[in-house]
Structure formats: C-alpha cells, structure tokens
Design a protein around this ligand. Structure first.
Ligand code: AMP
Length: 587
C-alpha cells in the first residue's frame, strides 16, 4: 500500500465527525492493505502491511506491548522538515510556523518538498518517477531510526527522517510528522480499530477484543483475523514475557460497592508503583518471541521494562516461583522493619538504570502481588477475581521459604458485606502505613487496560469537617496509656450546644496518639471505665466518605468512614463547623 493512500484515508477520517463512518474508513484501510496471497503476507518474514496500518492509524509504529520509542525530539523533526523543505528554510522557520499554526502536521504540509525529489530518488538509486513511498517503507525506515544508537545517532535519525520527508506530498508529510511525534490525533481509538477489524474480516467484536487483551497488539490481531479467521483469533494466548495492559481502578465509595455487588473483595491499597511480573524458569521468550536465558522480567504500568532497576523482585521470583507465571502487583519501598515508606521513596528506585546496587543500599523495595493472569500454562483473565486470587496464593505458597500462614508477597483479600468490617480493614491498612483500601467485584474478570467499575479505590475525602473533640476512650494493650477513638461534635448555632456526629480512630499513628493524649488529658472532665468525657478544647480536622442520618449521635447525623487529618491548632471550639454545615453537606 502506498503511503499516499494511507494519508488520503487519514485525512478523510480526520474530517469525519461520525464514529460509524470512521470505523468504515478504517475497515477499508485494513481491507486494502493487501490480501493473504500478496507479498504482504509473512511468507518472506516481513511484517504484513495490515499490521502496520492497524498501528499507524492509532499513531503507533510499534506494538502496544513494545516500549521501544523512536526517541527523536521535536527539534530533530523540525530539522529534518527544514532540510527537506530546501535551502532557504531552517529549523527556526519551522518553529515559527508552528507557533503560528499550532500543529506540526499542518506545518509539515505547508512546505513543498517536491523540489528535492529527483535528487533524492537518484541518490537512493531509484529511477525518477519510481518514487512513491509505501507504508512498508515508512515503517521500515522508522524502525531503523528507532534502532540508531550511540555516537552520531541523532544525525542518523535526522537523515532518515529527511529522506522520508523528501519523498512526501503535503498530505503524506502531515501524517508522517504526526506519526513521528506521536501526535496522530485523527480520532481513531482502540474501540474503532476493534470494530474495524471485526467488520473487515467478519469476526465478532468481542472475540477481537479478547485477542487484543492477550496479545496487546492490534497489528497482530488484524493480521491473524485476516489470515486465520476466528479460529486463529481464539487460539491467541498470553505470552509469558510480553506485557499485558494493566487493569485500572475508578474512585468509588463503600456504599456504592456494596449496593452493586452484595459483597466486596477488600484489599489493602499499597502506596507504591505498579508492576507486572513475568517469570519462566526455563527462560523467557522476549516479547518479540526470541529465546533468552532470563527467567524474570518486570514491567511498569506503562509496560516499560524495569527489571534492571528492581533486583529484589527478580530475587523474589527466582526464590519463590516454580512454574511460568504472570503476576500483577505493586512494588513498595520499605524500611528495615519491612514497614512501608512513602511513594516518593519507591520513585528513587523505580526507573533507575545506573548505580542500582548503591540505590538499593539506601532504599529497599519489596513486591506485593494482588492478581494472577497466568499460571503454569493457564490463562486466567476470564476467571473470577476470587479464583485468580486463590491461584495467586497457590503459586506464591509453593515457594521453598514460604510460611503457609503468612505468605510473603501476597496481598490479602477479604470478602465482606458489612460496612463496619470494611471500615476496620481500612483502619488496619492505614495503621500498617498503607494508602487505604481497594474494593473489587469478587466475580469480575481481569480486563486489561480498562478503568472499569469492577475495581474501585475508596474515594478520597472531598470535604473535611472541623469538629470539637468531646470524648475519647483509653486504648488497650500496648495502647493502654493512650487516648484513642475520639468522639467528634459540631456546634448547633441555634442552641449553642455541641452535638455528636461520630467517632474517629482511623489515620492516627502511635506517635500522634501520644501527642494527642498529652494535649487532651488535661481536659478530662469525667471518666467511666475506658470512656472519658472531655471539655471542649481541641479541634480535629476530619475527612469522611459521606454523611448519613443516624439515631446513634445527638446531631441526628453520622460521618461514614471518618478519618483523622490534623489538629486545628488555629481554631477554638467556637470556630468549629456547625450542624447547619453538616446538614448542607449531607443534601
Ligand atoms: P490510582 O493510581 O490512585 O489510580 O490507584 C490505582 C493503583 O493503585 C493501581 O494502579 C495500583 O498501582 C495501586 N494499587 C495498590 N494496591 C492495589 C491493590 N490491592 N489492587 C489494585 N491496585 C492497587
């Protein structure tokens, strides 16, 4: 397929507002990319044009699983455009036009590259007139460009790009420039390509979708759909070594989760960086299918290979896993006691390429896994969460050093239908230094790349309230000398009384408890058993998930999931929030 044909279609797509019409254009492009008997087919080991086209329409040169980039900055691209545009143009002119026009595609299209055509064709050993760029040529040149490394590579990249622009018409230049700078933006998303593949090769959309989830490459899916039909698509499987898109979470409340699912799978939310672990004791194939000795590869949420930065994760995998597996989890920075450190600490390790051993001395990391996508030859994406979690536990518990009652690297999962139980899991998570909780639909499949409603991170507090502390309870065990579980009240402006709205015990470290006890103890007005009444003196800022009406507290309202944020030293009880504000926030 000529690149001009691709550019024509891209222009038509860009001008088309209706989604269905866009799908039809992409379908035509895929159909026109070449039939199975043509030289486009993989017989000669070259990539099929249909694969390239399926990626190019989305502005990609490489498959989605491949983190290779062209690694070319905008200025190198401007330089190449300027050179192709002729002697009177330099990169500054290109930038000036860009400042006027606002978009690199339009800038590239505004130059006439034709003047150099004969010359470049001659230099490339082609006859004049034999100068039409094909989609395949553009692809192959860009692959070479991406591969240029080391000294002089920047010049080499500019040369390659210059060679391409030199052969472009105005429309071709527009889409080449956008492709190179990853700014295709013609309105073709993954859903469009899915529907277009289904329409072009007469296969159901949901089977295309499944094939995409396991292969993570629309190019391959389009080629298989065309050449092998539904049978081929259904036979596609996860490849251990090739990253899958991570399933994502939405914000949500406990109340919503329980309404929708009857019971929720509750997990701690770890404050680290997402990782996907691929392990095969016999050596992983690279994502592109080449054999290697490496047993373990670790990918980031964006599917970058971060194996080198995280030797602890590799050691963990090699010491724990027995068969091939793909695990989804989080890598967390920890102190000497294994307690979690803030997210910023993980960042010191996560993408590090140099001095990893030194960085490891300063900050240690440990993996925690919450999902299992593949184990011992079985793809598990379509299994329910609870079954995947059981499998995960089995895979991790197999390790020689594992204690079956406390499996290292396993994120626990509780099934709960009682908000109070969820509240106590949340409290335990915060106390252990984690971010909070995740709520998941126990029956849901693993949907790569989806920010669906089956995974919810507990919504952060939208509003906070400043409440007067009017009571507390002495703690138990190691906390017996601390006050905890603080009773919160707001002011009723009409009567001048303080009315209770809830109790907060969550979000407070031992150190903070000691400090709060010291502040509050002088204000104890009465004591009975563990309970104490406090004179109004101290104001807490608290977050909460929602406000409900409740007979439990004298205000008639209760804060759901209250958590301690700070002491408001700047406020007196008379400055605390009012019952009227609580009523307003509730409605
Ligand atoms: P956010 O980054 O705030 O959108 O929250 C989602 C992220 O939380 C995920 O991408 C993971 O990196 C992280 N996370 C921590 N613990 C879990 C868990 N138990 N399940 C799923 N994601 C988790």
């Amino acid at each position: 397929m000529e690149f001009a044909t691709f550019a024509d279609r891209a222009a038509a797509i860009e001008a088309e507002p209706a989604d269905l019409e866009i799908v039809a254009h992409v379908r035509d492009l895929l159909e026109d990319a070449g039939d199975p008997e043509s030289t486009d087919n993989g017989a000669d080991d070259r990539i099929a044009t249909v694969e390239i086209v399926a990626r190019f329409v989305q502005g990609r040169v490489f498959p989605a699983w491949d983190s290779t980039t062209l690694d070319i900055g905008p200025s190198a691209c401007y330089e190449a455009i300027a050179r192709a545009a002729g002697q009177n143009v330099d990169a500054d002119d290109v930038e000036e036009r860009l400042a006027d026009v606002g978009e690199i595609g339009d800038v590239a299209a505004s130059y006439d590259f034709g003047g150099q055509r004969g010359l470049s064709a001659f230099a490339a050993g082609q006859g004049v007139g034999d100068n039409d760029l094909t989609v395949r040529e553009v692809h192959d040149e860009l692959v070479d460009l991406a591969a240029a490394e080391g000294e002089g590579s920047e010049d080499r990249k500019v040369d390659i790009l210059f060679g391409l622009f030199n052969r472009c018409s105005s429309d071709e230049a527009r889409y080449l420039a956008r492709l190179v700078l990853s700014e295709m933006r013609i309105g073709v998303g993954e859903g469009t390509v899915r529907d277009a593949v289904a329409a072009a090769f007469d296969v159901p959309e949901e089977r295309v979708e499944r094939a995409l989830q396991v292969s993570n490459d629309y190019g391959e899916v389009a080629r298989v759909a065309r050449d092998e039909g539904l049978e081929g698509l259904d036979a596609m499987e996860l490849a251990v070594g090739r990253p899958v898109q991570a399933m994502l979470a939405q914000a949500g409340t406990v109340t919503d989760a329980l309404e929708e699912w009857e019971q929720a799978a509750v997990e701690w939310k770890y404050d680290g960086a997402r990782i996907q672990l691929h392990y095969d004791p016999d050596g992983l194939e690279s994502a592109a299918g080449e054999a290697s000795d490496a047993t373990t590869r670790v990918f980031s949420r964006n599917m970058e290979d971060v194996t080198g930065a995280l030797p602890e994760v590799v050691e963990f995998a090699e010491g724990t896993l027995e068969g091939p597996a793909i695990l989804d989890g989080e890598v967390v920075a920890v102190d000497e006691d294994g307690d979690p450190l803030p997210f910023q600490e993980v960042l010191k390790r996560f993408r590090r390429k140099h001095d990893v051993a030194k960085a490891r001395e300063d900050v240690s990391v440990r993996p925690v896994f919450f999902d299992c996508l593949h184990a011992d030859g079985d793809d598990l994406l379509e299994e329910p969460l609870t079954a995947r979690h059981d499998r995960l536990e089995g895979v991790l518990a197999d390790g020689p050093q594992q204690d079956p009652d406390d499996v290292d690297g396993l994120s626990l999962l509780w099934l709960a239908d009682d908000p109070d139980e969820i509240e106590s899991i949340d409290a335990a998570a915060l106390e252990a230094g984690h971010e909070g909780i995740m709520l998941k639909n126990p029956d849901s499949a693993y949907s790569p790349g989806r920010r669906g409603k089956h995974w919810r991170k507990r919504k952060p507090d939208v509003e906070t309230l400043d409440c007067v502390v009017t009571g507390a309870e002495w703690g138990e065990g190691r906390r017996a000398t601390f006050l905890g579980t603080f009773e919160l009240s707001v002011r009723d402006e009409a009567t001048g009384d303080l009315e209770t709205v809830g109790k907060v015990a969550t979000g407070i470290t031992d150190e903070k408890l000691a400090d709060l006890t010291e502040r509050l103890e002088p204000h104890i007005a009465a004591e009975e058993g563990q309970e104490v009444d406090l004179e109004p003196a101290v104001v807490f800022e608290v977050g909460y998930e929602e406000i409900q009406t409740s007979p439990t507290y004298s205000s008639g309202y209760a804060l759901r999931f209250p958590r301690f944020i700070a002491v408001r030293d700047d406020k007196e009880p008379g400055d605390a929030d009012t019952l009227e504000r609580v009523e307003r926030l509730r409605s």
